[in-house]
Design a protein around this ligand. Sequence first.
Ligand SMILES: *Cc1c(COP(=O)(O)O)cnc(C)c1O
Length: 414
Amino acid sequence: MSSYVTHLESALDGTNLAAHTLQTTHRDRPLWVRYDLEAVGDALTKDRLRDRPPTMWRYRELLPPESDDAIVTLGEGMSPLLPCPRLGAQVNVGDLWIKDEAQLPTGSFKSRGLSAAITMAKELGVERVAIPTAGNAGGATAAYAARAGLAAYVFMPEDAPAVNKYEAALAGAHVFLVNGLITDCGRIVQDGKERMGWFEVSTLKEPYRIEGKKTMGLELAEQFDWDLPDVILYPTGGGTGLIGMWKAFNELVELGWVDPDDLPQMVAVQSTGCCPIVRAFEAGARFAEPFEDPATIASGIRVPSALGDFMILDALRESGGRAVAVDEARIRDWMQRAASTEGVSVGPEAAVCVGAAERGAAEGWIGPGDRVVIYNCGAAQKYPDVMARDLPRVDKDAPDWDRIAAGRAPTTER
Ligand SMILES: *Cc1c(COP(=O)(O)O)cnc(C)c1O
């Protein structure tokens, strides 16, 4: 099949740009991908979806490639949507769910965006991709570039999680550690584009990662039988996922598949250690000031300055949602709570959403009957330093049975 994409559109000023040719940004700000939704509606029905393979490419008509042969996939998508009553009871949310993106290829939801971006880069003739990344996007870029047979150049802060460094190198990317932040990595990629022949696939610098992440929203709708939840708690860095889901919901409204009065409140959750979107939201601003000295163990949301800040803030306001910052010092504790009550491998990013759920219930912006969904965007196992703790030892010849019987409650103390 071919594509239903009609054109690209500047998110900043609505300027139309040609699709089916390499595009990046317009006036240094992101582009929307626009579809002929009427034609999509003729081609795709809820029924037709039912028998398709459980990957994000089941929503093919709402995705951008011209040719099916171009699709670069590792089976990403249809992550489990798990009811979490025990965790819900702990945070006073009666109907709590986790959409477990940790189970996707490369252990994070970055696989969705990079599957779409690398698919399009390959279809449009790119040979070398480059990316500055705080972590998981580097691993996903490397994996999908390997899958597509493209060269990948990955620049990470030297203190990025070890797993992210090594997974990217293992997948054959050219990995470089930079003594700075993701913004410094971004400058290197920017400066090297021409001489190195790179196409940049970083967050919102090309139009298609949003389309991949959009499928998180399409799936959520399908998994809840097209009846969307009341509140979505999203750990927000560059915001691609939140922006993409809001776009997905609006496309579903236009298709007539979900009720426009039933859209969820979108909530951007950040750590007090890096919360530029929260500050802008509270100030009533449409653009965010860069956050000075960002410091959080949730490396996926350590993004001091987001190219799509206004797109995130627009989505929060249009949806009647909000932005909240929760205590950096409690992230380990929320990870432990989620993992030990439900068995879900919750990374430090999604842990902030556990804190936000508790806050929302206490402050009343999550009501007693509300259905709430947390996105667990990356597996805890990708952060061995954050998981680490001292564990009791047992002697092989003289086990201390009193100590074993006394056990030890889970703790995040070290
Ligand atoms: C990238 C990342 C985020 C932030 O995602 P955005 O959509 O860019 O805001 C959150 N959690 C994890 C684990 C990530 O890798």
